[in-house]
Design a protein around this ligand. Structure first.
Ligand code: PMP
Length: 308
Protein backbone atom coordinates (compact mmCIF):
# COMPACT_ATOMS: atom_id res chain seq x y z
CA UNK A 1 0.00 0.00 0.00
CA UNK A 2 1.17 3.52 -0.72
CA UNK A 3 2.46 5.45 2.29
CA UNK A 4 0.25 8.42 3.20
CA UNK A 5 1.98 11.56 4.49
CA UNK A 6 1.08 12.66 8.03
CA UNK A 7 -0.28 16.14 7.41
CA UNK A 8 -3.48 16.68 5.45
CA UNK A 9 -5.33 19.81 4.46
CA UNK A 10 -8.92 19.77 5.69
CA UNK A 11 -11.39 22.64 5.63
CA UNK A 12 -9.15 25.69 5.92
CA UNK A 13 -6.00 24.36 7.52
CA UNK A 14 -3.46 21.62 7.92
CA UNK A 15 -4.41 18.85 10.34
CA UNK A 16 -3.09 15.41 11.22
CA UNK A 17 -4.19 13.01 8.48
CA UNK A 18 -6.02 10.92 11.11
CA UNK A 19 -8.11 13.96 12.07
CA UNK A 20 -9.38 14.68 8.54
CA UNK A 21 -12.80 13.10 8.99
CA UNK A 22 -16.30 13.36 7.58
CA UNK A 23 -19.58 12.50 9.29
CA UNK A 24 -21.30 9.24 8.37
CA UNK A 25 -24.42 11.40 7.83
CA UNK A 26 -22.76 13.68 5.25
CA UNK A 27 -23.86 13.70 1.65
CA UNK A 28 -20.31 12.69 0.70
CA UNK A 29 -20.56 9.46 2.68
CA UNK A 30 -24.26 8.76 2.08
CA UNK A 31 -24.31 9.35 -1.69
CA UNK A 32 -20.70 9.64 -2.86
CA UNK A 33 -21.31 13.36 -3.39
CA UNK A 34 -17.73 14.53 -3.67
CA UNK A 35 -15.64 15.52 -6.66
CA UNK A 36 -11.91 14.97 -6.80
CA UNK A 37 -8.69 15.02 -8.72
CA UNK A 38 -5.24 13.51 -8.26
CA UNK A 39 -2.13 15.35 -9.43
CA UNK A 40 1.54 14.37 -9.33
CA UNK A 41 4.44 15.93 -7.44
CA UNK A 42 7.87 15.32 -8.92
CA UNK A 43 11.36 16.60 -8.20
CA UNK A 44 13.07 18.56 -10.96
CA UNK A 45 16.80 18.67 -11.77
CA UNK A 46 17.35 21.46 -9.23
CA UNK A 47 15.68 19.39 -6.50
CA UNK A 48 12.57 21.60 -6.59
CA UNK A 49 9.13 20.12 -6.13
CA UNK A 50 6.94 20.61 -9.17
CA UNK A 51 3.38 19.76 -10.25
CA UNK A 52 2.54 19.38 -13.92
CA UNK A 53 -0.72 21.03 -15.01
CA UNK A 54 -1.69 21.85 -11.42
CA UNK A 55 -4.19 24.48 -12.53
CA UNK A 56 -5.85 22.11 -14.99
CA UNK A 57 -6.49 19.85 -12.03
CA UNK A 58 -7.97 22.80 -10.14
CA UNK A 59 -10.14 23.63 -13.16
CA UNK A 60 -11.36 20.05 -13.26
CA UNK A 61 -12.59 20.38 -9.67
CA UNK A 62 -14.55 23.42 -10.82
CA UNK A 63 -16.02 21.76 -13.91
CA UNK A 64 -16.89 18.60 -11.98
CA UNK A 65 -18.62 20.75 -9.35
CA UNK A 66 -20.49 22.64 -12.03
CA UNK A 67 -21.72 19.46 -13.71
CA UNK A 68 -22.87 18.06 -10.37
CA UNK A 69 -24.59 21.30 -9.38
CA UNK A 70 -22.27 21.86 -6.41
CA UNK A 71 -22.47 25.59 -5.75
CA UNK A 72 -20.55 25.99 -2.49
CA UNK A 73 -17.01 25.46 -3.84
CA UNK A 74 -16.43 27.85 -6.73
CA UNK A 75 -16.92 31.13 -4.87
CA UNK A 76 -14.67 30.24 -1.96
CA UNK A 77 -11.58 29.08 -3.83
CA UNK A 78 -9.21 30.66 -6.33
CA UNK A 79 -6.17 29.35 -8.21
CA UNK A 80 -3.95 31.37 -5.85
CA UNK A 81 -5.51 29.95 -2.71
CA UNK A 82 -5.29 26.46 -4.18
CA UNK A 83 -1.58 26.89 -4.97
CA UNK A 84 -0.82 28.11 -1.43
CA UNK A 85 -2.72 25.18 0.13
CA UNK A 86 -0.78 22.68 -2.01
CA UNK A 87 2.51 24.39 -1.16
CA UNK A 88 1.70 24.32 2.58
CA UNK A 89 0.92 20.61 2.31
CA UNK A 90 4.19 19.87 0.51
CA UNK A 91 6.29 21.88 2.94
CA UNK A 92 4.55 20.50 6.06
CA UNK A 93 5.17 16.94 4.91
CA UNK A 94 8.74 17.62 3.68
CA UNK A 95 7.91 15.73 0.48
CA UNK A 96 11.15 14.78 -1.24
CA UNK A 97 10.04 11.88 -3.43
CA UNK A 98 7.51 11.46 -6.21
CA UNK A 99 4.04 11.71 -4.71
CA UNK A 100 0.42 11.94 -5.68
CA UNK A 101 -1.92 14.48 -4.10
CA UNK A 102 -5.60 13.72 -3.91
CA UNK A 103 -7.87 16.75 -3.58
CA UNK A 104 -11.54 16.26 -2.89
CA UNK A 105 -14.48 18.61 -2.47
CA UNK A 106 -16.89 16.83 -0.15
CA UNK A 107 -20.51 17.83 0.37
CA UNK A 108 -20.58 17.68 4.16
CA UNK A 109 -24.07 18.81 5.17
CA UNK A 110 -25.79 16.18 7.29
CA UNK A 111 -28.79 14.26 5.93
CA UNK A 112 -29.60 16.87 3.26
CA UNK A 113 -31.44 14.41 0.99
CA UNK A 114 -30.45 13.76 -2.59
CA UNK A 115 -29.63 17.26 -3.82
CA UNK A 116 -26.53 19.36 -4.40
CA UNK A 117 -27.29 23.07 -4.61
CA UNK A 118 -26.49 25.36 -1.64
CA UNK A 119 -25.07 22.52 0.43
CA UNK A 120 -21.88 23.18 2.40
CA UNK A 121 -18.63 21.64 1.24
CA UNK A 122 -15.17 20.96 2.65
CA UNK A 123 -11.98 20.54 0.69
CA UNK A 124 -9.50 17.85 1.69
CA UNK A 125 -6.00 17.21 0.37
CA UNK A 126 -3.57 14.49 1.24
CA UNK A 127 -0.34 13.29 -0.30
CA UNK A 128 0.84 9.73 -0.72
CA UNK A 129 3.73 7.86 -2.22
CA UNK A 130 3.47 7.71 -6.02
CA UNK A 131 2.77 4.03 -6.58
CA UNK A 132 1.49 3.57 -10.17
CA UNK A 133 -1.87 1.83 -10.50
CA UNK A 134 -0.75 -0.11 -13.59
CA UNK A 135 2.45 -2.10 -14.17
CA UNK A 136 4.81 0.19 -16.07
CA UNK A 137 6.49 -2.74 -17.82
CA UNK A 138 3.33 -3.96 -19.57
CA UNK A 139 -0.30 -4.21 -18.43
CA UNK A 140 -2.74 -7.03 -19.19
CA UNK A 141 -6.37 -6.00 -19.69
CA UNK A 142 -9.73 -7.74 -19.78
CA UNK A 143 -12.84 -6.32 -21.42
CA UNK A 144 -15.35 -6.29 -18.62
CA UNK A 145 -19.02 -7.16 -19.09
CA UNK A 146 -19.86 -4.04 -17.05
CA UNK A 147 -20.44 -1.04 -19.32
CA UNK A 148 -19.09 2.46 -18.73
CA UNK A 149 -21.72 4.55 -17.05
CA UNK A 150 -23.16 6.87 -19.74
CA UNK A 151 -23.13 10.67 -19.72
CA UNK A 152 -26.92 10.65 -19.41
CA UNK A 153 -26.74 8.65 -16.15
CA UNK A 154 -23.63 9.69 -14.19
CA UNK A 155 -21.40 11.88 -16.38
CA UNK A 156 -17.86 10.39 -16.58
CA UNK A 157 -16.69 13.90 -17.56
CA UNK A 158 -17.23 14.86 -13.92
CA UNK A 159 -14.79 13.19 -11.58
CA UNK A 160 -17.41 12.39 -8.98
CA UNK A 161 -16.60 9.90 -6.25
CA UNK A 162 -19.90 8.01 -6.41
CA UNK A 163 -19.30 7.18 -10.08
CA UNK A 164 -16.25 5.14 -9.11
CA UNK A 165 -18.55 2.31 -8.07
CA UNK A 166 -18.64 1.62 -11.83
CA UNK A 167 -14.82 1.54 -11.95
CA UNK A 168 -14.69 -0.80 -8.96
CA UNK A 169 -17.04 -3.28 -10.68
CA UNK A 170 -14.97 -3.29 -13.86
CA UNK A 171 -11.57 -3.43 -12.19
CA UNK A 172 -12.56 -6.15 -9.72
CA UNK A 173 -13.96 -8.21 -12.59
CA UNK A 174 -10.57 -7.93 -14.34
CA UNK A 175 -8.60 -8.68 -11.15
CA UNK A 176 -10.77 -11.73 -10.45
CA UNK A 177 -9.78 -13.08 -13.85
CA UNK A 178 -6.09 -12.47 -13.20
CA UNK A 179 -5.72 -9.25 -15.26
CA UNK A 180 -4.35 -5.87 -14.19
CA UNK A 181 -7.31 -3.74 -15.24
CA UNK A 182 -10.43 -3.68 -17.39
CA UNK A 183 -11.34 -2.18 -20.74
CA UNK A 184 -14.76 -0.58 -20.46
CA UNK A 185 -17.02 -0.46 -23.50
CA UNK A 186 -19.68 2.24 -23.65
CA UNK A 187 -23.35 1.30 -23.90
CA UNK A 188 -23.07 1.22 -27.73
CA UNK A 189 -20.25 -1.34 -27.47
CA UNK A 190 -17.34 0.94 -28.38
CA UNK A 191 -14.10 1.23 -26.45
CA UNK A 192 -14.33 3.86 -23.72
CA UNK A 193 -11.47 3.73 -21.19
CA UNK A 194 -10.00 1.74 -18.29
CA UNK A 195 -11.16 1.90 -14.66
CA UNK A 196 -9.02 5.01 -13.99
CA UNK A 197 -7.02 5.68 -17.16
CA UNK A 198 -7.58 6.56 -20.80
CA UNK A 199 -6.61 4.27 -23.66
CA UNK A 200 -4.63 4.81 -26.87
CA UNK A 201 -3.71 2.57 -29.78
CA UNK A 202 -1.22 2.93 -32.59
CA UNK A 203 -1.94 1.58 -36.07
CA UNK A 204 0.38 2.28 -38.98
CA UNK A 205 2.12 5.00 -36.93
CA UNK A 206 -1.15 6.86 -36.31
CA UNK A 207 -2.11 7.48 -32.68
CA UNK A 208 -5.81 6.84 -32.06
CA UNK A 209 -7.88 7.36 -28.92
CA UNK A 210 -11.63 7.20 -28.27
CA UNK A 211 -13.27 10.60 -28.84
CA UNK A 212 -14.58 12.53 -25.87
CA UNK A 213 -18.30 11.87 -26.52
CA UNK A 214 -17.55 8.24 -25.61
CA UNK A 215 -18.52 8.33 -21.93
CA UNK A 216 -14.98 8.85 -20.74
CA UNK A 217 -13.08 11.20 -18.50
CA UNK A 218 -11.33 13.98 -20.41
CA UNK A 219 -8.04 12.94 -18.85
CA UNK A 220 -5.41 15.62 -18.31
CA UNK A 221 -2.71 13.10 -19.28
CA UNK A 222 -4.76 12.21 -22.37
CA UNK A 223 -4.66 15.87 -23.45
CA UNK A 224 -0.92 16.02 -22.77
CA UNK A 225 -0.22 12.86 -24.79
CA UNK A 226 -2.23 14.22 -27.74
CA UNK A 227 -0.34 17.53 -27.61
CA UNK A 228 3.00 15.79 -27.25
CA UNK A 229 2.30 13.47 -30.17
CA UNK A 230 1.44 16.44 -32.40
CA UNK A 231 4.69 18.16 -31.37
CA UNK A 232 6.62 15.01 -32.25
CA UNK A 233 5.00 14.88 -35.68
CA UNK A 234 2.86 11.85 -34.88
CA UNK A 235 -0.57 11.93 -36.53
CA UNK A 236 -3.40 11.77 -33.98
CA UNK A 237 -7.07 10.89 -34.37
CA UNK A 238 -9.87 11.03 -31.80
CA UNK A 239 -12.74 8.84 -32.97
CA UNK A 240 -14.95 5.87 -32.15
CA UNK A 241 -12.85 2.74 -31.56
CA UNK A 242 -13.98 -0.88 -31.95
CA UNK A 243 -12.73 -3.45 -29.46
CA UNK A 244 -11.20 -5.58 -32.21
CA UNK A 245 -9.08 -2.63 -33.32
CA UNK A 246 -7.25 -3.00 -30.03
CA UNK A 247 -6.59 -6.69 -30.77
CA UNK A 248 -4.90 -5.89 -34.08
CA UNK A 249 -3.15 -2.68 -33.02
CA UNK A 250 0.61 -2.27 -33.39
CA UNK A 251 0.73 -0.74 -29.92
CA UNK A 252 -1.71 -0.03 -27.08
CA UNK A 253 -1.09 2.02 -23.94
CA UNK A 254 -2.98 3.59 -21.08
CA UNK A 255 -2.55 7.13 -19.74
CA UNK A 256 -3.45 8.75 -16.46
CA UNK A 257 -1.95 10.64 -13.56
CA UNK A 258 -1.68 7.52 -11.42
CA UNK A 259 -1.07 5.14 -14.34
CA UNK A 260 1.53 7.43 -16.01
CA UNK A 261 1.94 5.96 -19.47
CA UNK A 262 1.60 2.20 -19.21
CA UNK A 263 2.16 -0.05 -22.23
CA UNK A 264 -0.56 -2.68 -22.70
CA UNK A 265 0.82 -6.04 -23.78
CA UNK A 266 -2.26 -8.27 -23.67
CA UNK A 267 -6.04 -7.86 -23.97
CA UNK A 268 -8.54 -10.71 -23.53
CA UNK A 269 -5.83 -13.38 -23.90
CA UNK A 270 -4.56 -11.79 -27.11
CA UNK A 271 -1.00 -10.57 -27.21
CA UNK A 272 -0.69 -7.02 -28.57
CA UNK A 273 1.79 -7.11 -31.49
CA UNK A 274 4.89 -8.84 -30.09
CA UNK A 275 3.94 -8.25 -26.45
CA UNK A 276 6.55 -5.56 -25.76
CA UNK A 277 6.52 -1.74 -25.54
CA UNK A 278 6.29 -0.33 -29.09
CA UNK A 279 8.45 2.43 -30.54
CA UNK A 280 5.77 5.16 -30.60
CA UNK A 281 4.82 4.35 -27.00
CA UNK A 282 8.49 4.49 -25.99
CA UNK A 283 9.01 7.92 -27.57
CA UNK A 284 5.92 9.30 -25.88
CA UNK A 285 6.84 7.61 -22.59
CA UNK A 286 10.27 9.24 -22.47
CA UNK A 287 9.03 12.72 -23.35
CA UNK A 288 6.08 12.42 -20.99
CA UNK A 289 8.26 11.56 -18.00
CA UNK A 290 10.60 14.42 -18.85
CA UNK A 291 7.85 17.02 -19.00
CA UNK A 292 6.26 15.82 -15.74
CA UNK A 293 9.59 16.67 -14.09
CA UNK A 294 9.86 20.09 -15.71
CA UNK A 295 12.71 18.98 -17.98
CA UNK A 296 11.07 20.02 -21.24
CA UNK A 297 11.35 23.78 -21.93
CA UNK A 298 8.43 23.65 -24.32
CA UNK A 299 6.07 22.61 -21.51
CA UNK A 300 7.63 24.53 -18.62
CA UNK A 301 4.75 27.05 -18.57
CA UNK A 302 2.53 24.15 -17.48
CA UNK A 303 4.73 23.30 -14.49
CA UNK A 304 3.92 24.79 -11.06
CA UNK A 305 7.08 25.13 -8.97
CA UNK A 306 6.95 25.24 -5.18
CA UNK A 307 9.10 26.96 -2.58
CA UNK A 308 11.56 24.79 -0.70
N1 PMP B 1 -10.32 7.94 -16.70
C1 PMP B 1 -10.71 7.77 -15.42
C2 PMP B 1 -12.01 7.10 -15.16
C3 PMP B 1 -9.90 8.20 -14.37
O1 PMP B 1 -10.28 8.04 -13.11
C4 PMP B 1 -8.65 8.80 -14.66
C5 PMP B 1 -7.73 9.23 -13.55
N2 PMP B 1 -7.99 10.52 -13.13
C6 PMP B 1 -8.29 8.98 -16.01
C7 PMP B 1 -9.14 8.53 -17.01
C8 PMP B 1 -7.02 9.70 -16.38
O2 PMP B 1 -7.19 11.06 -16.09
P1 PMP B 1 -5.95 12.01 -15.77
O3 PMP B 1 -5.02 11.86 -16.89
O4 PMP B 1 -6.56 13.35 -15.69
O5 PMP B 1 -5.39 11.54 -14.48
Amino acid sequence: MARIYEQAYFGDSLVQFADAKLSVASSAVLYGMSVYTVFPIHIDDQGRRVAFRLFDHYKRLLTSSRIMGITSFEGRWTEERFFVAVQDLIIANRIKDDAFVRVTVHLDELVPGVRSRDISSTLSMFAYQAVPILPQGGARLKTTHWRRVPDVAIPPRAKVNGAYVNSVLGKQDALDSGYDDCVFLDTAGHVSELSAANIFLVRNNVLITPAVPGDLLEGISRTTILELAKDLGIQTIERTVDLTELYVADEVFASGTSAYLAPVVEIDSRKIANGAMGSVTRRLYEHYHALLRGKDEHYSHLVARFDQ
